[in-house]
Structures are given as structure tokens and as C-alpha cells.
Design a protein around this ligand. Structure first.
Ligand SMILES: Cc1cc2nc3c(=O)[nH]c(=O)nc-3n(C[C@H](O)[C@H](O)[C@H](O)COP(=O)(O)O)c2cc1C
Length: 214
């Protein structure tokens, strides 16, 4: 299917570089458009550009901000007590075996504790729990003040009233750029919190789902 007219890239002709520009009133960026002819990779004489253009950090963040996600609190049990951090990078990975994961910033002071614990709980927040999203993202001494919880099989906290939770054994870690992918094998799960919509994260703010009427 041809691209929608307003999104059609301005393509150079090989061997010239091919670029897509999506200007807004305030932002501009240049990204590489992979050259294809009717879906087939082009053969020589086309050659890839010697130095790939890179997206600016501002445009990268701006673009990622258009990706809506749910919000989860990753918790773990440590000898010094429970730890937890807000993440939006949670993803399901595999059904068989049941694997999920999230990306922890290498700079996170909480991640080493989660890694040492060898397991974690993914707490999926409901749309009335935006206060937990903020509380577990700030550098606070005790993020669990005034937060009710009970231990899962790994000992990691299941926060009171969450929409859903998954108890995971740490299965694999993979360093990628400035983050670490923490893959967990799900050993227990529950959806015992009150039924309501999920908390969403979009363009640096929280919100609630507004379902379409069907
Ligand atoms: C909505 C939201 C999503 C976040 N997602 C992630 C994430 O996916 N991975 C991550 O490492 N940090 C994420 N953070 C940042 C951490 O929650 C927070 O900065 C971090 O826990 C700082 O404390 P720490 O040094 O104890 O980790 C997110 C923060 C917010 C507010």
C-alpha cells in the first residue's frame, strides 16, 4: 500500500542519500530511509552511506513521547527491605516459557538491588494510582511509606490494589546501550485488584484510557 500523501518521504535517487524529513514548526530531524524497490532490497550499485545520519537526542525523546505505555512498579525483596522503581519499559516477551522484561537504566541505584534479589514483581498500576508512579520515580529514602503490600513467592512486594501483578525469577540480563534488559520468568500472577482502567503514560504525563464506544 502506498504511504499516505502527507507522510510520503522525500526520497533521493540512489546512490544519493535517501532522507525523510518530518518538519514541525519547532522540530526538524533527518533519518535514513532504507532503499527498496517494490519491497525488494536494492542491489549494487547502491551503497549504504559511509556515515549514518543520527537523530538528535531532542527529536529522539520527542518522538518516543508519542508512544503511549502502561505504568508498572518493579519491586524486589532485599535484606535491607523492599525496593521499587517506576518503569514504562515493561514488555511481554514470550508465552512459552512465560517471559516478561523491562529496561533498567545503568545509572539506576535501585537496579543493582533488584538484580541481587534475583527476582522481581511487576506491579501494573490502575488509573487511580498515579501517586505511586511519582513516588517510585523519586530518589527517596523509603518509597514504601504509606504503601500497603504483601510478599509474593519471591518475597517481592505486591502493592495493594494494583491492576495486575507478575512474580518473576530473574532469568537473563542483557546490557544494551545505557540500559539493561532484565528478563523475568513469571512464576505467579494475579489480577485481584479492583477492576478499572490502566494508568497510562504519554508525553511525560499520566492519563486514563478513554475507550471508544462500540
Ligand atoms: C513514567 C516513568 C517511567 C520510567 N521508566 C523507567 C524505565 O523503564 N527504566 C528505568 O530505568 N527508569 C525508569 N524511570 C525512572 C525511574 O523510575 C527513576 O528515575 C529511578 O527509579 C530513579 O531512582 P533509582 O536511582 O533508585 O533507580 C521512569 C520514571 C517515570 C516517571
Amino acid at each position: 500500500m502506498p504511504p499516505a500523501p502527507d507522510l510520503a518521504p522525500t526520497l533521493g535517487r540512489p546512490p544519493f542519500s535517501t532522507t525523510t524529513q518530518r518538519p514541525t514548526t519547532t522540530q526538524r530531524s533527518t533519518t535514513t530511509q532504507r532503499s527498496t524497490t517494490k519491497g525488494h532490497a536494492m542491489t549494487p550499485p547502491w551503497t549504504p552511506p559511509s556515515s549514518a545520519p543520527s537523530v538528535s537526542p531532542t527529536m529522539f525523546r520527542h518522538t518516543l513521547g508519542r508512544w503511549a505505555t502502561g505504568v508498572a512498579i518493579i519491586t524486589a525483596a532485599t535484606p535491607d527491605g523492599p525496593v521499587g522503581m517506576t518503569v514504562t519499559s515493561f514488555s511481554s516477551i514470550s508465552l512459552e516459557p512465560p517471559l516478561v522484561g523491562f529496561f533498567a537504566a545503568s545509572s539506576s541505584s535501585t537496579w543493582p538491588s533488584i538484580e541481587s534479589a534475583g527476582g522481581y514483581v511487576v506491579n501494573v498500576l490502575g488509573d487511580d494510582q498515579h501517586h505511586l508512579c511519582g513516588a517510585f520515580a523519586q530518589r527517596a529514602e523509603d518509597r514504601f511509606t504509606d504503601v500497603g503490600w504483601s510478599p509474593a513467592r519471591t518475597g517481592a512486594p505486591v502493592l495493594e490494589g494494583v491492576l495486575a501483578w507478575m512474580d518473576c525469577e530473574l532469568h537473563q540480563t542483557v546490557g544494551m546501550g545505557d540500559h539493561v534488559l532484565a528478563v523475568g520468568k513469571v512464576i505467579d500472577a494475579g489480577v485481584d485488584g479492583p477492576a478499572r482502567g490502566p494508568l497510562l503514560w504519554y508525553q511525560r504525563g499520566t492519563g486514563a484510557l478513554r475507550p471508544h464506544r462500540v
